[in-house]
Design a protein around this ligand. Structure first.
Ligand SMILES: Nc1ncnc2c1ncn2[C@@H]1O[C@H](COP(=O)(O)OP(=O)(O)OP(=O)(O)O)[C@@H](O)[C@H]1O
Ligand SMILES: [Mg+2]
Length: 254
């Protein structure tokens, strides 16, 4: 019998905190660099930002001998084709994912679901309840923290203990950290998270403009791409590999 992949999501009820960015960065790091086979289910209709990014990048590759060669080299070195994206509306997300997986020869290790940034959207909460783990990006902004805590508590208190939900854990992680910010602020927030029993990941992601940089025509290091892992310097500075290692440890340790 086939093993079921880990169904996970970088999600929250807050828009613009990096859900799609981390979905892409983590998918590429896990799939091209860390030996895990990844499927992304883009359920954020109508923006479908991961699917759209993939289409833009394929268009770019079409006109670039350099990127064609990079893809070929990557395939030869890793044996990996590019990770697939299923794009669908939320209510169909699980069926579409299962249909896709059933049609594949290979077993997949992870399915990353990119979800809308609002729990009011019909279908978000039932989908979250069917995920194994959710990772909530939080930045040190009162409104973001409050909204993230409301979402994380809902998952931790209503889904995790419920045997009808698949959710085994919800994990907050700091992102968009400004070097100038003082640590006491983070300590105070973390004390509040601890009071609610919400675990915070070790990985702290800094704020960097390179998170917004997609594949460019011509040369330049790779930042956020659906076709290649982030280059080593960016991945190290922005803790992408560290975040993925932590995700794997949480999902794969029994
Ligand atoms: N650590 C970071 N430092 C700086 N910019 C970041 C960081 N993480 C994400 N960003 C930027 O923040 C913006 C919003 O990111 P993204 O679109 O991934 O958010 P989202 O949560 O998916 O939003 P939505 O709710 O609209 O789907 C993007 O421009 C992205 O590049
Ligand atoms: Mg998004």
């Amino acid at each position: 019998m086939r093993k079921k992949p880990h169904y996970i999501s970088v999600c929250s009820q807050k828009g613009g905190v990096g859900k799609s960015t981390f979905t892409v960065l983590a998918a590429s790091m896990l799939h091209y660099h860390m030996g895990r086979r990844v499927l992304v289910a883009d359920c954020d209709y109508p923006q479908w930002s991961v699917h759209e990014q993939r289409q833009r990048e394929l268009g770019l590759v079409d006109g670039s001998e350099r990127y064609k060669l990079m893809l070929l080299r990557q395939y030869k070195a890793t044996g990996r084709k590019i990770w697939p994206v299923v794009h669908c509306r939320l209510p169909e997300a699980l069926d579409e994912t299962e249909r896709f997986l059933a049609g594949q020869k290979e077993e997949y290790d992870y399915v990353l679901f990119d979800l809308p940034g609002a729990t009011a959207v019909k279908g978000v909460l039932p989908l979250v309840a069917s995920l194994e783990r959710v990772f909530v990006p939080v930045k040190a902004d009162k409104m973001v923290v409050e909204s993230s805590v409301v979402f994380a508590r809902l998952v931790a208190e209503s889904f995790v203990p419920n045997p009808q939900c698949a959710t085994a854990g919800v994990h907050l992680f700091w992102t968009m950290i400004d070097r100038r910010e003082r640590t006491p602020l983070y300590d105070q927030y973390e004390e509040a998270f601890a009071r609610f029993g919400l675990p915070v990941m070790r990985t702290h992601v800094p704020a960097r403009s390179r998170f917004s940089r997609e594949l460019q025509p011509g040369s330049g290091p790779v930042s956020r791409s659906t076709l290649f892992p982030a280059d080593a310097a960016f991945a190290a500075e922005c803790c992408i590999a560290e975040l993925c290692e932590e995700i794997c440890t949480l999902c794969e340790t029994r």
